[in-house]
Design a protein around this ligand. Structure first.
Ligand code: ADP
Ligand code: MG
Ligand code: ZN
Length: 575
C-alpha cells in the first residue's frame, strides 16, 4: 500500500516523499476509513494533503468545510492546476455554474473529487437535499473540517456556523470525519471532538516540545541597558551559525510600529544591522525588507506580528519578543519560527510588568468594545484574558518553560534537559523574580498615594479598562473633527514654541514657571485637579494607549498624526 500511496503522491501532487512521518500516518489512517481522525499540526506542515490524497484515491466525493471563501479559492485553484477535479459552492458563485455542479453531483457517476464549502452553505436548506442524496447513494467518501478550531468557543476564531457541523456530522451516517487544525490548546481540542461529535477519533498531534529551542525570560526593567542586552544576545545566537543553510538570522517581535523603529535603530547603532517591518511601511518597502531578510542580506528583522505568516525560513537562530505576546498560544507559534532546521536556537522574551498592564488593559478594552456592540457578555470574553494570563505566568513562574507550554497544549511535561533557563539554573530565575519584586515594591512605595499594583499601576482602580482614565475625551476625538484644523495647528505650534523656549537650557526649575493652558484649550481639563492621583506611570500608560489607539485607525491619517504628536507633547510638558 505504501508504494501505491507514494506513487499516487507523485502522480497527483508531484511530491517524492511525504512531508513527515506524521503526514504519511494521517493519510493512511484516513484512507482506512474506519475511524474519525483528529489532526493537529503546525501551519505549513501539509495538513491539506491529509485529506486531498485520500480524496483523489476514493470512489466518491470528499466534502471539505473551510471557513473562508478566500482560503477555499486558493485551494481549489491549486487543485485545478494539478488537474484534480475540485470546486466550491459558495454565495459568490454564478447560478449557472452552481447548476452545473449540482448536475454533476446528481449524476450516477460524478466527476468531482473535492467539494469545498463554507459552514454557512452547509446549513443552507437549498444544499441539504443534494448532500443527503450523495450520502444515501454512498458517494460521500470523507467529511473534512479544516481550521476545526473555529468550532470552539475557546478558540480565537470562533464561528457560530461551525457549531452546526455537529448536526451535519450526525446526519452523514457512515462517513468518516477528519478534523484539522494548527492551534489547539487542550480545551479547544476537547471542544472540537465534542462539537463535531467525533467518535473515539484517532489523534495525530505534532509533539509540542521541540528540544532544539532554548527558552528564557529576561525582566527588562532590571537591565541597565536593555538594547545592549538584546544586542549581546543576538551576537551570541547568530554566532551559532546556520548549518548548511549558511549564516543564521533572527526576528525581534515588537508590539507597536514605534517599537520596531526604535529597536531596529538602537540595534543598528550598536553594530547589529536590523530593519523594521510593520504595517506602517509602504507595501513595497515591506516586501523589500522581507526579501532582504529571506535572502540573508539583512540578518535581523524587527517586526510586528504581521510578519511571519507563511514565512518559512529554516535557519532562524533566534526569536526575541521585545514585548509580551498576547497569549501563550501565539507566543508558541511566533517563537516556533526559530530552529525549523532542527539546530539549536534561542527563544527569548523580554518581560516587563508594564507591558503586562498595557496588554491587559488593551484586551479588556477590546472585550468591552465587543460586548457593547453585541449588547451582552459571553463566557468566551474570558478566553482572551485567560490565554494572556497563561503567557504572564509563563514569564512570572518558577518552573520549566517547556513544561508550561506542553501542558498548555495538553501534552505531558517533556524532558527539557536544560533547554530552558529554569532547568539550566533555577536559582538565577528565582533571583531575577526577587529583584523584580523588590523593584516593584520600591516603585510602589515611591507612589505611596497610589493603590499598589505591579509597578504601581492598577487598572481596576481606574475603571476596569473603560472609562475613568481621564483620556476618553481625546480618544473619542471630541471636537477635533468639527473644529478648524488650522486653528488647532496654530494653537499647537504656539504651545510647542512656548514650551520649547521654556525648556531650553534644560533647567528643571523652569518647569515650575509653567503657565497653565488658556481657558479654551481642549487639554486644559486633564492638567487640572480632576484626576489628582494620576501617577506618572499611569500617565505614561495612558499616553502609550492613546498612541496605539491612534495607530490602529486608518483614514484621516494626518489628523491622527497631528493629534498623536499633540498628545505626546502635551503629556511630556504638562505632567
Ligand atoms: P497546512 O494546512 O498544514 O498549513 P498546507 O496543506 O497548506 O499546510 O501545505 C503547506 C505547503 O506544503 C503547501 O505548499 C503544500 O503544497 C506543501 N506540501 C504538502 N505536502 C507536501 C509534501 N509531501 N512534500 C512537499 N511539500 C508538501
Ligand atoms: Mg491549512
Ligand atoms: Zn525546562
Amino acid at each position: 500500500m505504501t508504494t501505491n500511496l507514494k506513487q499516487a503522491l507523485k502522480t497527483h501532487f508531484g511530491f517524492d516523499t511525504f512531508r513527515s512521518k506524521l503526514q504519511e500516518d494521517v493519510v493512511k489512517a484516513v484512507q482506512r476509513g474506519d475511524r474519525d481522525v483528529f489532526v493537529c499540526m503546525p501551519t505549513g506542515a501539509g495538513k491539506s494533503l491529509c485529506y486531498q490524497l485520500p480524496a483523489v484515491l476514493a470512489e466518491g466525493i470528499t466534502l471539505v468545510i473551510s471557513p473562508l471563501i478566500a482560503l477555499i479559492q486558493d485551494q481549489v485553484d491549486h487543485l485545478k492546476e494539478l488537474n484534480i477535479p475540485a470546486c466550491s459552492i459558495n454565495s459568490k458563485l454564478p447560478v449557472s455554474e452552481r447548476r452545473l455542479i449540482l448536475a454533476d453531483l446528481g449524476s450516477s457517476n460524478p466527476k468531482l473529487k473535492l467539494l469545498y464549502i463554507t459552514p454557512e452553505m452547509v446549513a443552507s436548506p437549498a444544499f441539504q437535499p443534494c448532500l443527503m442524496d450523495l450520502c444515501s447513494r454512498g458517494l460521500l467518501s470523507y467529511l473534512a473540517v479544516d481550521e476545526a478550531h473555529c468550532v470552539s468557543q475557546w478558540g480565537h476564531d470562533f464561528r457560530p456556523d461551525y457549531l452546526k457541523l455537529g448536526e451535519l456530522r450526525a446526519r452523514l451516517q457512515g462517513v468518516p470525519c477528519l478534523a484539522l487544525t494548527a492551534t489547539a490548546p487542550k480545551n479547544v481540542q476537547e471542544d472540537i471532538i465534542q462539537s463535531l461529535r467525533l467518535s473515539s477519533p484517532l489523534s495525530f498531534l505534532t509533539p509540542v516540545f521541540r528540544s532544539n529551542l532554548h527558552y528564557d525570560v529576561i525582566f527588562r526593567e532590571l537591565l541597565p541597558n536593555p538594547y545592549v542586552h538584546l544586542c549581546a544576545f543576538i551576537k551570541k545566537t547568530l554566532s551559532l551559525g546556520g548549518g548548511s543553510n549558511g549564516q543564521g538570522c533572527g526576528i525581534v517581535y515588537c508590539r507597536t510600529r514605534e517599537g520596531c523603529e526604535t529597536v531596529a535603530h538602537q540595534l543598528t547603532k550598536l553594530g547589529v544591522v536590523a530593519k523594521p517591518y510593520h504595517a506602517g511601511l509602504k507595501a513595497t518597502d515591506r516586501t523589500g525588507v522581507q526579501n532582504e531578510w529571506m535572502q540573508g542580506k539583512v540578518l535581523v528583522i524587527v517586526a510586528t506580528i504581521s510578519f511571519g505568516m507563511g514565512v518559512d525560513k529554516a535557519n532562524v537562530r533566534f526569536v526575541a519578543h521585545w514585548n509580551l505576546a498576547k497569549s501563550l498560544a501565539s507566543y508558541y507559534q511566533e517563537s516556533g519560527r526559530a530552529g525549523r532546521d532542527g539546530l539549536p536556537s534561542a527563544c527569548r522574551t523580554y518581560y516587563s510588568p508594564r507591558d503586562k498592564e498595557q496588554i491587559n488593559f488593551l484586551i479588556r478594552q477590546e472585550v468591552a468594545r465587543k460586548q457593547e456592540k453585541r449588547g451582552f457578555a459571553k463566557d468566551t470574553d474570558k478566553t482572551a484574558m485567560t490565554d494572556f494570563e497563561a503567557m504572564v505566568s509563563f514569564c512570572e513562574q518558577e518552573g520549566c518553560r517547556h513544561a508550561t507550554i506542553s501542558k498548555f497544549f495538553g501534552n505531558t511535561a517533556p524532558n527539557c534537559a536544560g533547554a530552558c533557563d529554569y532547568c539550566r539554573n533555577p536559582k538565577l530565575v528565582r533571583a531575577q523574580l526577587e529583584r523584580a519584586a523588590t523593584l516593584s515594591t520600591k516603585i510602589g512605595a515611591a507612589q505611596s498615594s497610589e493603590p499598589k499594583g505591579a509597578f504601581g499601576f492598577q487598572p481596576d482602580t481606574y475603571g476596569g479598562g473603560k472609562k475613568g482614565y481621564g483620556f476618553e475625551r481625546y480618544d473619542e476625538g471630541e471636537g477635533y473633527s468639527e473644529d478648524d484644523p488650522f486653528k488647532r495647528k496654530k494653537e499647537f505650534s504656539e504651545l510647542f514654541k512656548k514650551q520649547m523656549s521654556m525648556r531650553k537650557g534644560n533647567d528643571s526649575s523652569q518647569r515650575e514657571e509653567f503657565v497653565p493652558p488658556d481657558i479654551d484649550c481642549p487639554l486644559r481639563e486633564a492638567s487640572s485637579q480632576r484626576i489628582p492621583k494620576l501617577s506618572v506611570k499611569a500617565r505614561e500608560h495612558c499616553l502609550y494607549l492613546l498612541q496605539e489607539a491612534l495607530q490602529g485607525q486608518q483614514g484621516a491619517e494626518d489628523a491622527l498624526k497631528y493629534l498623536s504628536r499633540f498628545i505626546q507633547i502635551f503629556f511630556f510638558f504638562f505632567f
